[in-house]
Design a protein around this ligand. Structure first.
Ligand SMILES: Cc1cc2nc3c(=O)[nH]c(=O)nc-3n(C[C@H](O)[C@H](O)[C@H](O)COP(=O)(O)OP(=O)(O)OC[C@H]3O[C@@H](n4cnc5c(N)ncnc54)[C@H](O)[C@@H]3O)c2cc1C
Length: 313
């Protein structure tokens, strides 16, 4: 049944940014409503061990997100399993329509819709995701100490990930379908000087191969795009670094964006180009993309929204 509900603060997204915003907004007595979206808990629900969230030496991603959800709810955030399909930022209060038919009006909105790593779309890539296939060197590099790794891509992300992974891996092979990189020159210089990195030009990833029990990567099958020759490279980790896509669909035509679609915020805050609309987490962060930084920005967004609402009164 369609209904209209008003809230002082509407939080869109249920990753670390959204739930942390919920904790802070609820403790500020703002009675926030948080709409979870189609992936309750966000990106961390798609991974296994998380070893870099303070307070947890090791925790499973889905378990950590359940704890965050429980924390936000315990503080008084109303958590709703729904999906926001449109957001009218020209109206006051702002108007968000949800897939269920409910309309939310809100005095302030915190956008925490996150981002998605781009994947190649291979069946074997999907099979080994979280078990040797990753899109985040900062998150998972540590698991590959002394191992051979391949990185797929040719832009800044790929080169940065390859360089970072040399801190752990015995060898990193960067696989790129062309014979030149799109990455900045300074990064390329560092890459070519690094003795642990080998670059394989004119190759594409065809398949990730590994064991089923336990699930784990043993190598990749790559194809030379010039000759068609196929060969296998042994490795324990595959890092797909072909970019990220921020989930900006609700606001891409109304908010200022930067760096390929990330919502732009004023430095040191979560204020977007529209007063009363705040952005936190991976949606606005092309650089760090971590759970803890997202949580930090969720806190900032709730505090920014609280101050905005106080000024309105
Ligand atoms: C496989 C993997 C492993 C990772 N491992 C680590 C790690 O070990 N350590 C670490 O710090 N980071 C890790 N990360 C990165 C970390 O998950 C992200 O930085 C973090 O989740 C970003 O949080 P967020 O709150 O910005 O958004 P996300 O976690 O991306 O969540 C976005 C939320 O928005 C919701 N949403 C989107 N659109 C709508 C809409 N229209 N209406 C309502 N809701 C919507 C989604 O349902 C989702 O709940 C990993 C990421 C991946 C993919």
């Amino acid at each position: 049944m369609s209904e209209t509900r008003h809230t002082k603060v509407l939080i869109i997204g249920s990753g670390p940014a959204g739930y942390t915003a919920g904790v802070y907004a609820a403790r500020a007595m703002l009675e926030p409503i948080l709409v979870q979206g189609i992936e309750p808990g966000g990106q961390l629900t798609t991974t296994t061990e998380v070893e870099n969230y303070p307070g947890f030496t090791e925790v499973q991603g889905p378990d950590l997100m359940i704890k965050m959800q429980e924390h936000a709810a315990a503080m008084g955030t109303e958590i709703i399993g729904d999906y926001i399909t449109s957001l009218d930022t020209s109206a006051r209060p702002f108007v968000a329509k949800a897939d269920s038919g409910t309309t939310y009006t809100a005095d302030a909105v915190i956008l925490a819709t996150g981002a998605r790593a781009k994947w190649l779309g291979l069946e074997s890539e999907e099979k080994f995701k979280g078990f040797g296939v990753s899109a985040c060197a900062t998150c998972d590099g540590f698991f590959y100490r002394g191992q051979e790794i391949v990185v797929i891509g040719g832009g800044n992300t790929a080169v940065e990930e390859a360089l970072f992974l040399t801190n752990f891996a015995s060898k990193v092979t960067l696989i790129h379908r062309r014979d030149e990189l799109r990455a900045e020159k300074i990064l390329q210089d560092r890459l070519f000087k690094n003795e642990k990195i080998e670059t394989l030009w004119f190759h594409t990833l065809e398949e990730v191969v590994g064991t089923d029990n336990p699930l784990g990567v043993e190598g990749v099958v790559v194809k030379n795009v010039q000759t068609g020759e196929v060969k296998e490279i042994p490795c324990k980790g595959v890092f797909v670094a072909i970019g990220h896509a921020p989930a900006n669909e609700l606001v891409k035509d109304v908010l200022e964006l930067h760096n390929g679609g990330y919502v732009k915020v004023k430095p040191g805050s979560t204020e977007t180009s529209i007063p009363g609309i705040y952005a936190a987490g991976d949606l606005t962060d092309h650089k760090y993309r971590q759970a803890v930084t997202s949580a930090g920005m969720g806190c900032m967004a709730a505090l920014d929204a609280e101050r905005f609402l106080a000024e309105q009164e």
